[in-house]
Ligand binder design. Structure first.
Ligand SMILES: [Zn+2]
Length: 194
């Protein structure tokens, strides 16, 4: 699916936001996330979040601060895996859709699964932007802009402090371990039939 976005200022951003919401989820390449669970809601008090998170993580995710450009630990990360919400662990972005934007923040052209990521107009700055949040716990993640690469043309500009990376090997090993556990050992090939 290709969406074309005419660059005409404010209206564009809102238009593009609605396009994004309506975009079909056929592209959900959910290997890391089986399309099992609908997003549960995680609700905690400010005090609980402050206790669970580092001060910097709290400022970004709960108070919508932005980490300084080029300061985030995932900016230049090329490891394969999933970027989860630092607050609630929801799977947000895959390393497969990460790209180098040159902006100073980790950038992705697509969420791992749209159901875990929400967008909303943000009028805090003179130029309106579209905020990106975790739909499970409401954490502020960053913003999305219509200047990303194909196939979506979107750039999810995300704070490293809002993310927790889970390497592909670790996330793939868990379900496999379960599956192979039930597999019969070779030595049982001893058939009790005649
Ligand atoms: Zn979350």
């Amino acid at each position: 699916m290709h969406h074309r976005f005419a660059i005409t200022g404010t209206a564009t951003i809102l238009l593009f936001a609605s396009c994004f919401c309506l975009a079909p989820s056929s592209s959900a390449q959910g290997q890391e996330t089986a399309a099992t669970d609908a997003p549960r809601r995680v609700v905690k008090s400010d005090r609980e979040w402050a206790k669970q998170l580092t001060h910097a993580q709290y400022l970004v995710t709960r108070l919508k601060y932005t980490e300084p450009a080029f300061s985030g630990k995932y900016l230049n990360s090329h490891s394969k895996g999933t970027y989860n919400c630092v607050c609630c662990g929801a799977p947000l972005f895959s390393s497969r859709t990460k790209f180098h934007s040159g902006t100073g923040w980790p950038s992705f052209y697509q969420p791992l699964d749209e159901k875990f990521v929400a967008t909303a107009p943000d009028h805090e700055m003179a130029e309106p932007r579209v905020e990106v949040t975790c739909s499970t716990c409401g954490a502020h993640l960053g913003h999305v802009f219509p200047d990303g690469p194909p196939p979506t043309g979107l750039r999810f500009c995300v704070n490293s402090l809002a993310l927790k990376f889970s390497p592909a090997s670790a996330s793939a090993a868990k379900p496999k371990a379960k599956a192979t556990h039930a597999a019969k050992p070779k030595s049982t090939a001893h058939k009790a039939t005649k």
